[in-house]
Design a binder for this molecule. Structure first.
Ligand code: GTR
Length: 421
């Protein structure tokens, strides 16, 4: 094994404590397992056509992921109303049109609102857009003073100046490096982002966010097969897409779901559950996202359910230290996105997310893309660092840590130009 850079070794060392003492980072210790076949039904029938995939296999896989992993929505809930809170045709030094649109939902006397920040390329009739959540508020993605600061609950974070779970001016522009707004606009795309905490605060508490609007009488938390926070955040993306269909500045047939880390798990689930998303990007999504669970490399199901008990549905707990019992794996989540363009990206130092597991997952999902005559990750050999493979299913592993960089965005734009636009 080659020597690891100092920062990387520290990260591994810390992760051992954050995770379980048995966190595995050695390829030789990955257990051998059968990769569940996307093209074989649970009752053993071979799927050899698009028709059978769409009629039989896709629905049964989707149902499994709903019931046992992310949790299903108890009911439908549509946008009650929306309001353009603010609009400027000369934002970002005249480069963009900015809109801040608030969606409101009402049920059982309860109300939830969240705000979409939109930057659209000027002089474009209907723009394709990237839609992705941010972790600390819309105002963190840009220095733009006009971006409204959310009053929703936020995780405290000293370096972002967030105390008392309240977002403030102190964090404006703190995450600009993760959002290549200019590059996106220059390439003719718009960007839509939402603070994920407005849809569901990221804590193990189901009395807030969107969940209570859909409880039955007397219910105070989701049932074992009902939606956790990832499914709630995905739902928020889907409802944003409903709004885009009404906005004349946006080409709603070209909305790409983007997400990093837990929000990459979210973009994948949004893309799987709503086929209107024209493409999906998973940036370093790891366990419960693009990475194969059965490899038990880096973060595992038991560890993620222990640290984030609210992310998945309670039924997912039955696979804690019991990955063998899973009749599916995450490549089949990716396959649910077929034949739409999909980009899975990893980072070299992000071993916690199992880059190799993310890569193999994209490879094993590719057979479903083949049914549609599309190309994906044809090889089982991982590409070199910073040497992307671009097909309908794309993959890269870049140098650096768990993050979103300009390099990632440059590749997403190239892929979107070739396969979505
Ligand atoms: C980590 C978690 C990962 C990933 C990440 C993030 O702590 O273990 O699964 O989701 O958080 O979202 O930043």
């Amino acid at each position: 094994m080659k020597l690891l850079p100092y920062s990387l070794s520290i990260f591994f060392f810390l992760s051992m404590f954050i995770g379980s003492s048995q966190t595995n980072y050695e390829e030789s210790k990955v257990p051998s397992f059968d990769v569940p076949d996307p093209l074989l039904t649970f009752s053993g029938h071979t799927i050899n056509s698009v028709k059978k995939w769409e009629k039989v296999r896709r629905p049964e896989l989707l149902r499994f992921f709903e019931n046992d992993i992310y949790g299903k929505l108890p009911k439908k809930l549509k946008i009650n109303s929306y309001a353009i809170l603010e609009e400027d045709n000369n934002a970002l030094n005249g480069k963009a049109k900015r809109k801040q649109v608030e969606l409101t939902f009402k049920k059982k006397g309860k109300t939830l609102s969240y705000t979409i920040l939109l930057y659209l390329p000027k002089n474009k009739v209907k723009a394709p857009i990237f839609l992705g959540y941010n972790f600390y508020g819309n105002h963190t993605i840009t220095e733009d003073k006009a971006v409204i600061i959310s009053s929703a609950w936020a995780n405290n974070n000293e370096s972002f100046g967030i105390e008392n779970n309240t977002l403030t001016e102190a964090s404006r522009g703190k995450r600009t490096h993760r959002w290549a707004v200019e590059k996106i606009l220059d390439a003719g795309y718009g960007l839509a982002t939402i603070y994920y905490g407005e849809v569901d605060p990221d804590k193990n508490d189901f009395s807030d966010g969107i969940h209570p609007l859909l409880y039955q009488h007397g219910q105070d938390q989701p049932k074992p097969a009902e939606w956790g926070s990832i499914a709630a955040w995905s739902w928020g993306m889907v409802r944003a897409l409903d709004y885009f269909e009404k906005d004349a500045d946006i080409d709603a047939s070209k909305v790409i779901a983007f997400g990093h880390s837990r929000l990459g798990k979210t973009s994948l689930w949004a893309g799987a559950t709503d086929e209107r998303f024209a493409g999906v990007i998973s940036n370093n999504s790891g366990c419960g996202g693009a990475a194969l669970s059965k490899r038990k490399f880096g973060e595992t199901i038991a560890v993620i359910n222990d640290r984030f008990p609210h992310w998945f549905c309670d039924n997912f707990n039955q696979y804690d230290d019991n990955e063998e019992a899973l009749p599916v794996d995450q490549h089949q989540l990716l396959a649910l996105i077929a034949p739409r363009p999909l980009y899975v990206a990893s980072a070299e130092e992000d071993q916690w997310a199992d880059p190799r597991g993310e890569f193999l997952s994209s490879h094993y999902a590719t057979q479903v893309y083949h049914l549609y005559g599309k190309k994906g990750i044809e090889t089982k050999e991982m590409p070199m660092l910073n040497e992307p493979i671009h097909n309908t299913v794309s993959y890269h592993i870049r140098t650096g840590k768990h993050d979103v960089t300009d390099y990632d965005w440059e590749n997403y734009i190239k892929w979107a130009n070739a396969f979505v636009k």
